[in-house]
Design a protein around this ligand. Structure first.
Ligand code: NAP
Ligand code: ZN
Ligand code: ZN
Length: 349
């Protein structure tokens, strides 16, 4: 297979800072698209992966799965995109394409799904490497179209933060009669507020941070509940049809279950791992409530979201950084000090 060396930014161990090194990319094959990366969003999953928080990282890691760029080369069999098109790649670059989940546009639940980074690259027999790089080569089936009216840096976070919150909003049929709450105002949280608002729902934010109330309302939240204030939590008992919990670290879910209405669902999208303190089943049984999880979204659903964003003029609120600022950005993300997503201007690499 023909390959080339390209510049990338990543890390070689959980303790080291991210730095520049070279990685291999394949030359386009029949159905491939080569993309010059213009912008790449910075997801909290990038940080979890670089630091091996989930215990599954194989180094070196090149993070980045909120990718927007321009098509620079196409394989002979490509029909969906042309050279010069502005396109996007999210968290998935391949799947088996034949299992039931793939056939039902749920590639993210395919047992053989290939993550944009940290997956198995069947072409090169290495790890896949993500968007903190000059170019990426992806099968056209996993390359999305970007609406022309949207800011390119602002659209990048839609590829993960957006779709991860959109998918549960759609799966649980959120509409103008729904009462939705979002836990945590970060990258995912701020997209969840914008998208639930655009679907017409009544939206509430649960936050630890008293300094985010004005911002949350400007983003489209009708109310903000400070989650550390017991009386505010008490007042919200039984209020919500759907809660999307974006908090990245272990925390007590029981107070949020209490704020669900009968038949309500708490969807965990943030924290991956065992729950401590344990879940108490009593309020779930007494109110037919559910606690569920959700993983990103499929390719068709992600295109649907991009088109929805184009129609409703929705983008992420971003702070554009240079590639060399990534280590400081990770430190700031851990302190929730970003409004509300870092996006790397890849020209800086
Ligand atoms: N399920 C999926 O498919 C999927 C996809 C993408 C990302 N994720 C995961 O979703 C999580 C959120 O990602 P993100 O990019 O939105 O992160 P983020 O921008 O860092 O936002 C997380 C927010 O959670 C709140 N929070 C509460 N307790 C916290 C704590 N101990 N430390 C830090 N923040 C805390 C903060 O909001 P307040 O200040 O308002 O409390 C913070 O802004 C990550 O764990 C990421 O890996 C999952
Ligand atoms: Zn992500
Ligand atoms: Zn499959």
């Amino acid at each position: 297979m023909n390959t080339k060396n390209v510049k990338a930014y990543g890390t070689v161990s959980s303790e080291s800072a991210l730095k520049q090194f070279k990685i291999l990319r394949r030359e386009v094959t029949e159905n491939d698209i080569e993309i010059d990366i213009l912008y790449c969003g910075v997801c909290h999953s990038d940080l979890h992966f670089a630091k091996n928080d989930w215990g599954m990282t194989v180094y070196p890691v090149v993070p980045g799965h909120e990718i927007v760029g321009r098509v620079s080369k196409i394989g002979a069999g490509v029909s969906k995109h042309s050279i010069g098109d502005i396109v996007a790649v999210g968290c998935l670059v391949d799947s088996c394409r034949s299992c039931n989940n793939c056939k039902n546009d749920l590639e993210q639940y395919c047992p053989e799904w290939v993550g944009t980074y940290g997956g198995h690259d069947k072409h090169l027999d290495t790890n896949t490497h993500g968007g903190y790089s000059e170019i990426i080569v992806v099968d056209e089936s996993f390359v999305l179209s970007v609406p022309e009216n949207l800011d390119l840096a602002g659209i990048a976070p839609v590829l993960c933060a957006g779709i991860t919150t959109w998918s549960p909003l759609r799966h649980w049929n959120v509409n103008k009669d729904s009462k939705v709450a979002v836990v945590g105002l970060g990258g995912l949280g701020h997209m969840a507020i914008k998208l639930a608002h655009a679907l017409g729902a009544h939206v509430t934010l649960f936050s630890r941070s008293t300094n985010k109330i004005e911002d949350a309302k400007a983003l489209g939240a009708h109310e903000v509940i400070i989650s550390t204030d017991e009386s505010q939590m008490e007042n919200a008992m039984g209020a919500f049809d759907l809660i999307i919990d974006t908090v990245p670290y272990e925390h007590d879910l029981n107070p949020y279950v209490g704020t669900l209405n009968i038949n309500g669902t708490l969807v965990i999208v943030g924290y991956l791992g065992p729950i401590d303190p344990m879940l108490v089943t009593v309020p779930m049984i007494m109110g037919r409530k559910s606690v569920a999880g959700s993983l990103i979204g499929g390719i068709t659903e992600t295109q649907e979201l991009l088109d929805f964003c184009g129609k409703h003029n929705i983008t992420s609120d971003v702070e554009v950084i240079k590639m060399q600022e990534i280590n400081a950005a990770y430190e700031r993300m851990l302190k929730s000090d970003v409004k509300y997503r870092f996006v790397i201007d890849m020209k800086s690499l």
